[in-house]
Write a protein that binds this ligand. Structure first.
Ligand SMILES: [Zn+2]
Ligand SMILES: [Zn+2]
Length: 561
């Protein structure tokens, strides 16, 4: 109905009301029939009396007068086809006249080049339509914060299951991978059969069927969901297998065999003498295999088990408690939403000892980059705010690395700053040789101290820039500059594999939020997650230092030792 109302040119708020109601129903964790019977639909968020009446009618009769009336106004398939933004009413009518009323038929027609025969559809539009269809068909992936929100919502429901002693999200969400393409949960209950019934009674979990103790379904956005319901004794191994990448758990099984043990989702047992080995936690499982506990973020099968076996797995991985300063923060001077004072007070409220104000430089004109005059005005404001806050304010800039590798303020300005983060914001499409030259030239500048969102990727939408990363890292290591681990969920840059390459060269890191509003301070945890995935130890993170040591380490005025 939302799609048809949109096509009918109804006001946006009305369309959105239907969209929201549909989402509320998709997420429903109780029985819809009962809500209808007891007339309690309006208790759901976003569903008022009118929508409740429509939903009841749909539930009871399979249709609604409103829906039928809308359908009569449009060619059949209009609601489905309108999911493609290129298709307005005119094109949908033309398609319908040509017998195309479903996305599948549309795809076939586009692939055979038959759409361009229709009036008003050219070859370019045909290609774009095909691209849209492919995107609709691609399996959905969520950015980490969206996955966290969905997981939290589901966990709240799962924990209400009878006899629950533990429930956790596993899979990529627990390993903190940049995107998540399914949500896997493990639930331990002393009454597994009843717990299973509770899990299956959620509408979104009844769609994918059941397979022994595993219930499958999908969450709004059609993200696949899987819940494994087990007795408590089986929880540690089930969680272990549901969390680790296959390479990790396969290697663990190999280690187990060498110790004459058998490791399975159902538990740990000894080979010769029949009988299971009791394990109360994942740490117990690792312990039985002669390994220290391996944190979820490291369970990728990328050398962590070898490192654990030979005692070189870092035990002091950085955690969010170690971070003492908020790095890389924007204000209203450029494209941020809050003032210097608001950013300062919020950082202070989070217990931070320092905060770096790093707005954009002039070349980033689209982001309100600061002229020298504006930058100097900001210095005065920072000095004024500093008098009323205890968090130490560092004046800095996120300076553009220009196309030729120059930095976007004159040296006399850069030298007066407390911190300089240098980033690429434009001209992403140089070839690898040109980009490498650009970056290494920038790094030769004595004020270059931190490489901001290094490879410029946007998760799910923009690939990293092309450059010879290892060569660039060699130059950074030689110049003793640091690399940023950017916690913006769309960036999460540098990526973990390159973080590890940087670590091997002894390069230090800052974990930053790239905050454009106080709410973005939450990005800190995501930055920490990526750092841990890159095996970064506490001592390798500059903003785990106190204010004085940090300021000395990043000062553009001279290369510190
Ligand atoms: Zn930036
Ligand atoms: Zn920024």
């Amino acid at each position: 109905m939302a799609r048809l109302l949109e096509l009918a040119g109804q006001p946006r708020f009305k369309v959105r009301a239907y969209d929201r109601a549909a989402q509320a129903l998709e997420r429903l964790s109780s029985d819809l029939g009962r809500l209808v019977a007891e007339e309690r639909l309006t208790e759901l968020h976003g569903i008022g009396p009118r929508l409740a009446a429509v939903i009841s009618e749909l539930y009871r009769t399979g249709s609604s007068q409103g829906l039928e009336k809308l359908r009569q106004q449009y060619p059949s398939g209009a609601a489905d086809l309108s999911r493609i933004p290129e298709l307005g009413l005119g094109r949908i009518k033309a398609l319908s006249g040509a017998g195309v009323t479903t996305i599948a038929q549309l795809k076939e027609a586009a692939e055979k080049g038959r759409l361009r025969a229709l009036k008003g559809i050219g070859e370019g539009t045909e290609r774009r339509i095909l691209e849209r269809i492919r995107r609709l068909e691609a399996p959905p992936r969520l950015l980490l914060p969206a996955a966290d929100d969905a997981a939290e919502e589901l966990l709240a429901y799962l924990r209400e299951a009878p006899g629950t002693v533990a429930a956790e999200v596993a899979g990529g969400a627990r390993r903190r991978t940049e995107t998540v393409d399914d949500l896997v949960f493990v639930l331990a209950s002393t009454k597994p059969a009843e717990a299973l019934d509770h899990v299956r009674s959620a509408s979104f979990l009844s769609t994918g069927g059941r397979d022994g103790h595993i219930v499958r379904g999908s969450f709004p956005g059609s993200l696949p969901v899987e819940v494994r319901v087990v007795a408590p004794r089986r929880y540690p191994t089930e969680l272990l297998f549901a969390t680790g990448a296959p390479a990790h758990t396969e290697q663990l099984q190999h280690v187990a065999r060498q110790r004459r043990l058998k490791l399975e989702t159902s538990g740990l047992s000894s080979v010769g003498r029949a009988g299971s080995v009791a394990v109360g936690s994942e740490a117990d499982v690792y312990g039985a295999l002669g390994l220290p506990p391996i944190p979820p973020e490291l369970r990728e099968g990328e050398g962590e088990i070898e490192a654990a076996l030979d005692g070189t797995l870092p035990e002091d991985l950085v955690s969010s408690n170690d971070v003492q300063g908020m790095v890389h923060c924007h204000t209203m001077y450029s494209d941020g939403r809050h003032t210097v004072e608001q950013m300062a007070r919020a950082a202070e409220g989070l217990g931070m000892k320092y905060l770096t104000i790093t707005d954009h430089s002039p070349a980033a004109s689209y982001a309100g980059g600061l002229s020298i005059d504006r930058l100097e005005a900001q210095w005065e404001e920072i000095a004024r705010v500093q008098q009323s806050v205890t968090v130490k304010l560092l004046r800095g800039s996120e300076v553009d690395i220009l196309a030729d590798g120059a930095l976007d303020y004159p040296d006399r300005i850069l030298e007066q700053l407390d911190i300089v983060i240098a980033s690429v914001h434009q001209r992403f499409r140089l070839d690898a040789a040109q980009m490498t030259r650009r970056l290494t030239r920038a790094m030769a500048h004595p004020c270059f101290k931190i490489w901001g969102h290094a490879l410029g990727r946007l998760v799910l939408s923009r690939p990293p820039i092309e450059c010879r990363v290892e060569e660039v890292l060699d130059v950074i290591a030689a110049s003793r500059a640091a690399v940023e681990i950017n916690g913006d969920p769309r960036r999460l840059d540098l990526a973990p594999r390159w973080i590890r390459a940087a670590r091997e060269r002894g390069i230090r890191f800052v974990i930053s939020t790239d905050a454009h509003a106080v709410a973005d301070y939450r990005n800190l945890q995501l930055g920490v997650d990526m750092a841990r995935r890159g095996w970064v130890r506490r001592g390798e993170v500059l903003n785990a230092l106190g204010a004085h040591a940090f300021a000395r380490a990043v000062s553009p005025a001279g290369r510190s030792a």
